[in-house]
Design a protein around this ligand. Structure first.
Ligand code: UN1
Length: 503
């Protein structure tokens, strides 16, 4: 079946009306073969203003709905995702080019965060605090923050939005979502499913979810608008550098999850068979287009030749092709610009003395309009500038190390600080890597690669990655405002710090 008609039938079965994806100004192409799969309406400034106003009205009602009832809405949405997992997963594949397994995995990640958020809706715990004054009680309350703006990227078009939106909703916030202009169709599908979920919850006001399809100017409008209590933005460091100062200029709150330059240190004691499999998924999976993709291999000189030979053999066998074909492991890059960036990075690495293996253009029969590349493995003499930059493509740079201290220095000597990993059977090495003087990233793993995190942990990283945390653990606190409350039941008025003040 042609991709356009497959897309149309998937969108229809997910509940999106035809006029929503047929006839607008924003054209959507599938990276699989470059074909046109939708035309979506791109809103203007007035439409964005109106969407924010509706979301703000929704917040004013939703904040007073008991949190477990808010969780019920998220539970219903999660069940609809279960029912439509295959269709939505296929749509993710068509719109992003990720393989079927990963498209389904992305929807599973949404379902998981729904479950997490639903449970959380009964656990938005505050503290009680011992007061220094007699007859006083102190406590912390967590209240809804307001309208949460979510800016998401093409590579995880729905899961990353779900991390934010599910927490926001149980926390009593409303959501204005600006998806990537490359992936508006999956966003429209999520909105349609969410509208269905709302039909079963009488307290759910209109405006709990507003979707802004269009260009980056909509993200800037969210950044500038004081009604957006929290702006959560996922994407490149450049995107973060453009939006964060605008939010800061109005002293607003942002949650930033930006680029990564994730490494694996492979130590002499590593289980090489396990390490090889982990590297394959982390470096080549999603065609190198995860923010957590493994981009740097820091390998001990005593095992480097053996490991690199094994990896070259594996790299040769990676099936590159249409992501709809179940035997494919590596699908297309998002567009030809991404292919050009990959080619330029490889040329730069070569000029810096890198030995490039792979990285060639692949022509896929029937998908000639797509941008396919064989994953590249590049042995570098040193951590050159090109290695320190994030190229959003399947390039794995390998560097040798001799002492463990040197490995840690190399590991941390990049501007980004998202995800990291070590492969070792030496307990002391693993613990040193996880210690305060080890990996400087927000995610640090032992004997698994840096990508493919579960939703239960807080997700995000340091330095140019932006410092924000989304998803599990106590990331929900970023979507609420904290009120410190002191209650005096003593009948007297003792002042804190023992101050005496009175006539
Ligand atoms: C992203 O690429 O922005 O940890 C998110 C992972 C996924 C999420 C990636 N669970 O690789």
């Amino acid at each position: 079946m042609e991709l356009a008609s497959l897309t149309s039938s998937l969108l229809t079965s997910l509940g999106v009306a035809q006029e929503r994806f047929d006839g607008g100004d924003l054209v959507v192409h599938s990276p699989i073969d470059g074909s046109l799969i939708g035309r979506v309406g791109a809103g203007d400034k007035a439409a964005t203003e109106a969407a924010i106003a509706r979301a703000h009205d929704a917040f004013l009602a939703w904040r007073s709905v008991p949190a477990p009832r808010r969780g019920e809405l998220v539970r219903r949405f999660g069940n609809l995702l279960r029912d439509h997992k295959t269709d939505l997963g296929t749509l993710v594949t068509i719109e992003t080019g990720k393989i079927r397994q990963e498209g389904l995995g992305e929807v599973q990640e949404m379902i998981d965060i729904c479950d997490f958020a639903c449970g959380l809706s009964r656990q938005l715990y505050g503290l009680t605090i011992a007061s220094e004054r007699p007859g006083h009680r102190m406590m912390e309350q967590w209240h809804p923050a307001g309208v949460v703006g979510v800016v998401s990227a093409f590579n995880f078009p729905v899961a990353v939005w779900a991390w934010n939106a599910m927490l926001a909703w149980v926390c009593g916030d409303s959501v204005v979502w600006k998806p990537s202009e490359r992936t508006p169709l999956t966003a429209l599908a999520c909105r349609a499913l969410f509208e269905r979920a709302c039909r079963g919850v009488s307290e759910a006001p209109a405006g709990l979810l507003e979707v802004l399809t269009g260009g980056r100017e909509h993200a800037a409008l969210l950044a500038d608008d004081r009604r957006i209590a929290v702006l959560s933005a996922t994407g490149s460091c450049d995107m973060g550098r453009a939006l964060a100062p605008r939010v800061a200029a109005r002293l607003g709150r942002s949650i930033l999850e930006l680029g990564g330059n994730n490494a694996a240190i492979v130590c002499p004691s590593a289980d090489l068979a396990l390490t090889e499999r982990a590297i394959l998924f982390a470096a080549a999976g999603t065609a190198g287009q995860r923010c957590t993709t493994l981009r740097r291999l820091i390998v001990h000189e005593s095992i480097a030749d053996t490991l690199l030979e094994r990896l070259r053999a594996a790299w040769r066998r990676i099936p590159v092709g249409s992501p709809l074909d179940t035997s494919t492991l590596v699908g297309p890059l998002i567009d030809s610009g991404a292919g050009a960036a990959m080619d330029a990075a490889l040329a730069e690495a070569k000029a810096a003395g890198g030995k490039v293996f792979g990285g060639e253009t692949v022509t896929v029969r029937g998908c000639e309009g797509g941008c396919y590349r064989r994953p590249a493995l590049v042995e570098m003499p040193a951590q050159h500038d090109i290695v320190r930059r994030e190229t959003f493509a399947p390039i794995l740079y390998a560097i040798r190390y001799s002492s463990f201290e040197e490995a840690i220095v190399l590991h941390n000597d990049v501007p980004q600080g998202l995800a990291s990993s070590i492969f070792t059977r030496d307990l002391a090495e693993a613990e040193r890597f996880l210690s305060a003087a080890g990996s400087d990233c927000g995610i640090a793993n032992v004997n698994i690669g840096p990508s493919g995190a579960e939703i239960g942990g807080a997700f995000g990283g340091e330095k140019d990655t932006g410092g924000g945390r989304e998803s599990g653990s106590d990331a929900w606190k970023g979507y609420m405002r904290r009120a410190t409350c002191t209650i005096n039941y003593s009948g007297a008025l003792p002042l804190a710090q023992g101050i005496r003040f009175g006539l």
